[in-house]
Design a binder for this molecule. Structure first.
Ligand code: IMP
Length: 188
């Protein structure tokens, strides 16, 4: 089974490849670029999947993700990419200075679409806490700031294999993979 993942983020490709190998799904990667509309993760994933599927004339998945910090009312959330490239992790730590409630969630939404069908959506969430300083060199973006619940290490300190066992992306891609396998097996 093959799935085409539309993304410009090599870290996501690597993670998705590791996750899909548990489901016997071969990942093909295309950096097509699609308009990122402003809206909820679900809106972005739906729009992107529909756009790319139509443009390429084949089924695709896209994924949109973000970090939602409770004390900052969900910020950076859907602005995660922009905030990462402007404020960066040190900027987030400044905003969180003297903030006691450090709960945050990574959320991931996978959108699957074909040229002829409306998108299907798969959500993954992992809860955790924002650390007081960056830790670890693995992963990308906010990973060194985020300690998943029940762990004493940040995503930045975990290997990709370990992050892939529990991440938001694992959950959304796993939900998609189970659904997709069912569909394909019922066609055959
Ligand atoms: P995108 O729009 O789905 O590419 O993701 C938005 C932004 O959220 C990314 O540019 C990263 O800054 C951040 N992000 C998404 N997933 C992760 C992750 O697994 N670790 C760290 N940061 C992430």
């Amino acid at each position: 089974m093959k799935v085409t993942f539309i993304t410009g983020n090599q870290h996501k490709v690597k993670e998705a490849r590791g996750i899909f190998q548990h489901f016997d799904i071969r990942l093909e990667h295309l950096n097509l670029g699609y308009p990122e509309i402003q809206g909820e993760l679900t809106d972005v994933a739906c729009y992107g999947a529909k756009y790319a599927a139509k443009k390429l004339g084949m089924p695709v998945i896209v994924e949109d993700a973000g970090l939602f910090i409770r004390a900052l009312e969900g910020f950076p959330g859907t602005y995660s990419s922009y905030v990462q490239s402007t404020l960066g992790n040190e900027g987030i730590l400044k905003l969180m200075k003297n903030v006691h409630d450090r709960y945050a969630e990574f959320r991931s939404v996978v959108g699957f679409a074909t040229p002829k069908t409306e998108p299907e959506i798969f959500l993954g969430v992992v809860g955790g806490h924002i650390t007081h300083q960056q830790k670890g060199k693995h992963g990308f973006a906010y990973d060194p700031l985020f300690k998943p619940e029940l762990y004493d290490l940040t995503f930045g300190e975990l290997t990709i294999e370990k992050k892939n066992e529990l991440s938001h992306r694992r959950q959304s891609l796993e939900k998609f993979a189970n659904w997709f396998k069912d569909i394909v097996e019922n066609i055959d």
